[in-house]
Design a protein around this ligand. Structure first.
Ligand SMILES: [Zn+2]
Length: 479
């Protein structure tokens, strides 16, 4: 039996996080009431003219530099003509001949080490609207809010040979764009969408097989499943002596299969031509260097620094750098408490547990991030103990209280003053005569019990070390 390999190329669309649309000043905010973020320009009224949003160019250049691309000094927009109900102009403004970025690459980790995935180009374009199918009325309605939301399309070379490589690349892309702040890359809201071009060929053959395209798959898991399914399907077709048809297929994630949507995609003629309403964009060397100097530290560099300079375990560094929000909490916390390892411990245990218990993701946390550093500082300075710190943080997490005020108002400050601790322990000893006499008779384990009773009597606020010493002293006096 022939051994096959899959060959995959990706086209990834990312909505840019600009406040306004690419060619007008309408809001790009997700989820507004239908057709409330529209004007004459983005609803395609005749006679209106587009005005390019400067920030779209800046974001595209940022993405290009972070993905190791050459920036095209003179790039321009083209019209891609096709009719679709959610595209009111009947053409989309995109870049065909001179895309803004070319020849980049992304390095991903694979089972066989680091692999470089080529980026053919990145171009800027506008998004289309959305068709909403209403099952009740049986009608289809159109919402133009998304019309004109800026996109970059990142086109890879056909360098992927497995679903794992595709997922690693998409995760890397998402992390990078999120760090840059150019896109939130939320697949569930459609701000990152991937089209998968897939073919198979006998291993060792150099020419590509016939490919199919799967569009807009909604999650990483679904993409992995779709790739595995489509690869098997194509191998079955070839093994049966038939030919794979070049077509667009849709992945049904519930039924777990792909089906043909339209064939001969490449035969479709979009009659591209340069957009006469928009001037070419000239990008100077100076501009590129300015943008380059503003690039933030990206995930890989950050991860390395956390491990090598801050001494974090690799596992912790991986988890924290996997979310720009966790990075923000962690770095804010370090700046205040000056103890990176403690900051990491609190983030990895308490914070993630609170997220889990409250059923939210770190991105949805709403407390003041400085609070965690303040709590850790109080613990490390001995003002409150670890247990109280944890309680205060839970309160901060849910109600965003001020840690110092909360400790003050609720009398949670740690008691380490012996004159306050001793009388309480004496009472504990008096009411646990049996445990005490057993201890004095040699039952060492009762010491821990008496510590527990004393801490409880002190309402958990006492410095455990001070309690231990005071208890030991009092018991020794009783021998
Ligand atoms: Zn508009």
């Amino acid at each position: 039996m022939t051994d096959y390999e899959m060959v995959i190329g990706l086209e990834v669309h990312c909505e840019l996080s600009t406040a306004s649309k690419i060619f007008c000043s309408c809001s790009t905010k997700f989820g507004g009431a239908p057709n409330t973020h529209v004007c004459e320009v983005c609803s395609g009224m005749p006679g209106t003219l587009p005005t390019l949003n400067k920030q779209v160019v800046e974001f595209a250049v940022k993405a290009g530099l972070a993905l190791n691309c050459d920036i095209t000094r003179k790039n321009k927009f083209d019209r891609k003509n096709y009719f679709y109900p959610d595209l009111p102009k009947a053409y989309q403004i995109s870049q065909l001949y001179y895309p803004i970025c070319r020849n980049g690459h992304v390095d991903i980790k694979t089972a066989n080490g680091v692999k470089s995935i080529g980026i053919h180009e990145i171009h800027m374009e506008e998004d289309a609207g959305k068709l909403v199918h209403d099952p009740l009325s049986g009608k289809t309605m159109v919402d133009f809010n998304r019309c004109g939301v800026p996109l970059i399309e990142i086109v890879s070379e056909p360098d992927f040979r497995s679903a794992d490589e595709v997922i690693a690349y998409l995760e890397k892309l998402r992390d990078t764009l999120q760090y840059l702040g150019v896109s939130d890359c939320k697949m569930q809201e459609g701000s990152m969408r991937a089209d998968v071009n897939l073919s198979v060929r006998p291993r060792g053959q150099s020419e590509f097989g016939t490919r199919t395209e799967m569009k807009n798959i909604a999650s990483l898991k679904a993409i992995a499943r779709a790739i595995e399914y489509e690869c098997e399907r194509q191998i079955d077709v070839i093994e049966a002596g038939e030919k794979v048809v070049q077509e667009t297929r849709r992945w049904d994630d519930e039924k777990e299969y792909t089906y043909a949507m339209r064939s001969k995609e490449d035969a479709q003629d979009y009659k591209y031509f340069p957009d006469p309403d928009l001037m070419p964009i000239e990008i100077s060397e100076e501009y590129i260097e300015t943008v380059r100097s503003q690039l933030p530290e990206l995930a890989d560099a950050k991860r390395r620094r956390y491990v090598e300079e801050l001494g974090l375990p690799e596992y912790d560094a991986d988890i924290i750098t996997g979310s720009t929000t966790l990075v923000k909490v962690f770095e804010t916390t370090c700046a205040i408490c000056g103890a990176p390892k403690d900051a990491s411990n609190w983030v990895m245990t308490d914070l993630l547990k609170l997220c889990n218990d409250n059923h939210i993701t770190p991105e949805d946390m709403s407390f003041r991030f400085e609070s965690l550093g303040e709590i850790i500082k109080m613990v490390n300075d001995g003002k409150i103990n670890r247990k109280t710190g944890r309680e205060v943080f839970a309160k901060v997490f849910t109600d965003n209280v001020d840690p110092a005020e909360y400790v003050e108002e609720n009398g949670l400050a740690q008691v380490s003053d012996l004159s306050a601790i001793e009388p309480v322990i004496k009472e504990v000893l008096a009411s646990n005569e049996k445990a005490v006499s057993e201890y004095l008779g040699g039952a060492e384990k009762n010491f821990q019990f008496l510590i527990g009773q004393s801490m409880r009597a002190l309402r958990g606020k006492a410095d455990p070390q001070a309690v231990r010493e005071a208890l030991q002293k009092l018991l020794d006096e009783m021998r």
